[in-house]
Design a protein around this ligand. Structure first.
Ligand code: MN
Length: 231
């Protein structure tokens, strides 16, 4: 027995300070997990956050000290940045209690949940799924994963994004509505988490459009930074 064509390559994310690679299994994302971002999207900020996904091969890995190149996606004229703390899972589990959640974390990274906002808005209006707005190729630029053994648990710290040197997003991870442990508790009720799963934990306020040529530079204190050029 053999594959009928070459098996697709395994999506990977580099590990910080190492030549090791973290193989990606699934990408989960949390929607409206910062109150001020929920408000800027037209909601009260008091609703519970929720989940959506991207395909594993939507990652655009950006090795340490380099600038990622993200192609401007098709069929949009309103590509938005969303800077996010990303959690990398290292252990299989379901119905994980928040108190146990840290044992399931392999590490953290800085990611961008890039969004075709016009297509997402249309889908929302029509009650349709979000895939065309959220789950396109290269929609998940991500920096190196730093092991939790080096970072400790990330419960607070500045999260920020500059575009062409100007601050667009600036908040603190402590403002997450569901913190990382609570996010793992909620998510693992619905899905069995596995090594290789990435969780984009949500974006703070200040999301806005980018255009070809723009340089996005962001970071999370204690985790790292991420640089991406739109082309
Ligand atoms: Mn997001």
């Amino acid at each position: 027995m053999s594959y009928v064509f070459a098996a697709p390559p395994q999506p990977v994310v580099p590990v910080a300070g190492s030549t090791d690679l973290y193989p990606v299994h699934r990408i989960y994302c949390v929607g409206r997990n910062y109150e001020e971002h929920a408000k800027e999207m037209g909601f009260s900020g008091r609703e519970a956050p929720f989940f959506f996904t991207k395909p594993a091969d939507a990652v655009l890995p950006v090795p340490e000290g380099t600038t990622g190149e993200m192609p401007y996606p098709s069929e949009t004229s309103n590509l938005h940045h969303e800077i996010e703390l990303v959690v990398a899972i290292g252990k299989r589990g379901k119905r994980i209690a928040a108190t146990e959640a840290p044992n399931y974390i392999w590490g953290y990274a800085v990611g961008l949940d890039m969004t075709r906002r016009d297509l997402q808005g249309e889908a929302k209006k029509l009650g349709r799924p979000w895939e065309v707005g959220k789950s396109f190729d290269c929609s998940a630029p991500i920096g190196p994963i730093k092991p939790i053994a080096q970072t400790g648990q990330i419960r607070s710290g500045r999260i920020w994004l500059n575009v062409n040197g100007e601050t667009r997003q600036a908040s603190d991870v402590s403002k997450l509505i569901w913190n990382v442990a609570e996010t793992i508790e909620h998510l693992s009720k619905y899905f069995e988490l596995a090594p290789g799963d990435l969780i984009f934990t949500g974006t703070p306020e200040g999301v806005a459009a980018v255009k070809p040529g723009d340089l996005l530079e962001g970071g999370v204190d204690g985790v790292g930074t991420l640089r991406v050029r739109i082309r």
